[in-house]
Design a protein around this ligand. Structure first.
Ligand code: HEM
Length: 308
C-alpha cells in the first residue's frame, strides 16, 4: 500500500469498519468521540536544542490547546466503559504554524500495518449477529503475530484516576534532526506532575457517567494541571517502524518542557489533531501506522464536518 490513492481508499475502509462496530455519530470524531479541550501554555527548557531545530522545543514559551478524550467512537458511552484515554496537544508556533502530539495511556498499538488494523476491526464484527468472529480473529493473529500485544491490552488496561493522572505515550517513533543534520529517534511521553495513578475497572464502573470531565473541571478551578514533556531516546537497535513494540525501559529519557493546562475551555472539537503535522527539525519515522493516521483522520474529519 504505497500510493496516496490507495491510502485514501483504505482510510475510508478503516473508518467504515470503526463505524461498523458502534455505529456512526453525526458530527463526532469516528474515534475518541467524547473529549474536552482547554487552553494551555508550553514552556520548553532548552534540553532538546542540541537534538532538534524545532521552534517550539527551544526556550520560548508558546500557547497550546489540549484535548483529553475517551477512546470510544460512541460519544454517549459512559467514561467507565472507555478505560483508555487520549491526550492531544496542538502547539501554536511563533511563525503561525502548528504541530501536534497525539498520545494515549496505552504505550503500544495492536497492529504494525494499516491492513492488519482494518482486518482486526472487521473480524470484531463479522461473527453471528455482529459478534466477534473467533475464527477470523485467530486467522488474523496467525497472519500478524506481532499483534499478540492485543492480549496485554485486555489484561492490563485500567483507567487513570483522572485525566490529569494518566501517563500518555506517542507510541510511534519520530526523528529529531539538529543543525548539523544528525538524526535521533525519539518517542514522546507526557508525564503527569500530579503523579500517575489508576483505578480498577470495577471502581470506574461506580463513577458517574461524566466523571473524568467533571473531575478535571473541578481540579482546574483551583489550579493549573501540569505535564512534563519527555522523550525516550532510541538506540540503533530499537525498532522505529513497529508501534506494537515498546523500547527497553532502561533507555535514556530526557525532560524537554512543561505543559501547563489552564481552566479556560478551548474550541477543540473543530480541530484536527494530525500527528504527522511537523515543523522543521522533526520527521516522521518509517512507521506505517503513523503515516496512515493522516488519511484516516482526514476521512473522519470530512464526515464529521458535513455532520454525517
Ligand atoms: C490505523 C490506526 C488508527 C486509526 C485508523 C485511527 C483512527 C482514528 C480516528 C478516525 C480518529 C478521529 C479523528 C478526527 O476526526 O479528528 C482518531 C483519533 C484519535 N486517535 Fe487514532 N487511529 C489510529 C491509531 C492511533 C494510535 C496508534 C494512537 C496512539 C497514540 C491514536 C490515538 C488517537 C487519539 C488520542 C485521538 C483523538 C485526537 C483528538 O483529540 O482529536 N490513534 N483515531
Amino acid at each position: 500500500m504505497n500510493s496516496e490513492y490507495e491510502k485514501t481508499q483504505l482510510a475510508a475502509e478503516s473508518v467504515n469498519a470503526i463505524e461498523g462496530i458502534m455505529g456512526a455519530f453525526p458530527g463526532y470524531r469516528r474515534a475518541h468521540a467524547k473529549g474536552v479541550s482547554y487552553k494551555a501554555v508550553f514552556t520548553p527548557n532548552g534540553q532538546a536544542s542540541s537534538l532538534t531545530t524545532a521552534p517550539h522545543l527551544q526556550t520560548a514559551q508558546i500557547p497550546a490547546i489540549v484535548r483529553f478524550s475517551n477512546v470510544a467512537p460512541d460519544p454517549t458511552l459512559s467514561d467507565a466503559l472507555s478505560p483508555a484515554k487520549g491526550l492531544a496537544v496542538q502547539f501554536q508556533l511563533p511563525n503561525g504554524e502548528i504541530t501536534n502530539i497525539v498520545a494515549t495511556t496505552v504505550p503500544f498499538f495492536i497492529s504494525k500495518t494499516p491492513e492488519s488494523f482494518v482486518s482486526f476491526l472487521k473480524a470484531l464484527r463479522s461473527g453471528k449477529n455482529g459478534r466477534p468472529n473467533l475464527r477470523a480473529l485467530v486467522k488474523w493473529l496467525t497472519k500478524y503475530p506481532e499483534s499478540c500485544s492485543v492480549f496485554r491490552i485486555w489484561k492490563e488496561l485500567k483507567p487513570p484516576l483522572s485525566f490529569a493522572q494518566g501517563r500518555y505515550h506517542s507510541i510511534h517513533a519520530f526523528y529529531f534532526v539538529n543543525q548539523e543534520g544528525h538524526r535521533q529517534a525519539v518517542k514522546y511521553i507526557l508525564e503527569p506532575e500530579a503523579g500517575e495513578a489508576a483505578m480498577s475497572n470495577l471502581e470506574a464502573a461506580g463513577k458517574p457517567e461524566d466523571y473524568f470531565e467533571q473531575e478535571l473541571e473541578n481540579r482546574l478551578a483551583s489550579d493549573m494541571v501540569h505535564f512534563r514533556l519527555k522523550v525516550q531516546l532510541g538506540k540503533e537497535t530499537d525498532p522505529t517502524d513497529d508501534p506494537t513494540k515498546e523500547w527497553p525501559k532502561e533507555r535514556r529519557v530526557l525532560m524537554i518542557g512543561r505543559l501547563s493546562i489552564q481552566k479556560e475551555r478551548a474550541a477543540g472539537e473543530e480541530l484536527l489533531f494530525d500527528p504527522t503535522v511537523l515543523p522543521e527539525g522533526i520527521k516522521c519515522s518509517e512507521d506505517q501506522i503513523l503515516q496512515f493516521r493522516r488519511f484516516a483522520y482526514e476521512e473522519s474529519y470530512r464526515r464529521r464536518s458535513r455532520n454525517s
